[in-house]
Write a protein that binds this ligand. Structure first.
Ligand SMILES: [Cu+2]
Length: 249
């Protein structure tokens, strides 16, 4: 009895050691890992450097960028989809937050990814997220509807008087209006077949400030949290802030 158990044990461990790649083919799911990258028109962001220019020709620097990505959905060309309903917090300064892994995505050929930049109206409520330091630092004032900031993007710019002054692109709801971004990335070739796929998701910071609306820090500088016009513009501009590059392994 003891011996046969031992024998099965040895067989199992051999299967684990030698199974390797052949087993992968039989797996019905794989992983997809998002790697978040942050650029300004193709250049990787260098913090606190007054080297950037947006469509309004504001000369600016970036000192802070934190945001949520949530409700990631993987779409197949036949219209079927795999929905996740979690959220992920990204901080440009914290490399541990720059990866968001989905470990059990069913095999299939996916052609699009969609997600929310920010939090939808279900998640974006007071105490809607666990009380971590990160989440608590994202809290949005109750007087403006409560919940959380979708994003805080901050830095300095040279105003029309040529003075260096702060801007704060803080996005979030305005009372009962929700301005989160529903972002769709089409024409992708994301093949999951028991393997690990990496998707580089690059945010072009300058896209927040153009297309369709030019966003000028002289007009919308620091106090935009109670400003539905600014929030509406950022929601529209946000639709194309991300692009994706898929690496199938
Ligand atoms: Cu704020």
């Amino acid at each position: 009895m003891k011996n046969s158990k031992l024998f099965v044990g040895i067989l199992l461990s051999q299967a684990l050691i030698f199974g390797g790649c052949e087993n992968d083919d039989k797996k019905s799911s794989g992983s997809v890992t998002f790697e978040f990258m942050h650029k300004v028109d193709g250049e990787t962001v260098i913090l606190d450097s007054l080297k950037y220019t947006n469509a309004a020709e504001n000369n600016y620097s970036i000192s802070k960028l934190v945001y949520y990505v949530s409700d990631v959905t993987f779409h197949k060309s036949d219209g079927t989809k795999v929905e996740t309903n979690g959220y992920h917090y990204v901080d440009i300064k914290d490399s541990t937050t720059l990866e968001y892994k989905f470990s059990d995505v069913p095999n299939g050929d996916y052609t699009a990814i969609s997600f929310v930049v920010g939090l939808d109206s279900v998640k974006n409520v007071e105490h809607g997220l666990p009380h971590t330091t990160e989440n608590d630092n994202m809290v949005w004032p109750e007087s403006m509807g409560g919940g959380y900031h979708y994003m805080k993007l901050e830095g300095k710019f040279k105003n029309t008087a040529n003075e260096l002054t702060g801007f704060a692109t803080h996005t979030g709801r305005h009372t009962n209006k929700h301005y989160y971004v529903n972002l769709h990335l089409h024409d992708l070739s994301l093949k999951v077949a028991g393997n690990d796929v990496t998707a580089h998701l690059t945010m072009n910071i300058n896209e927040w400030y153009k297309n369709p609306n030019v966003y000028d820090f002289n007009v919308y500088g620091a106090a935009i949290m109670g400003n539905p016009d600014a929030q509406n513009i950022l929601q529209q501009n946000g639709a194309d802030v991300f692009s994706a590059e898929i690496h199938n392994h």
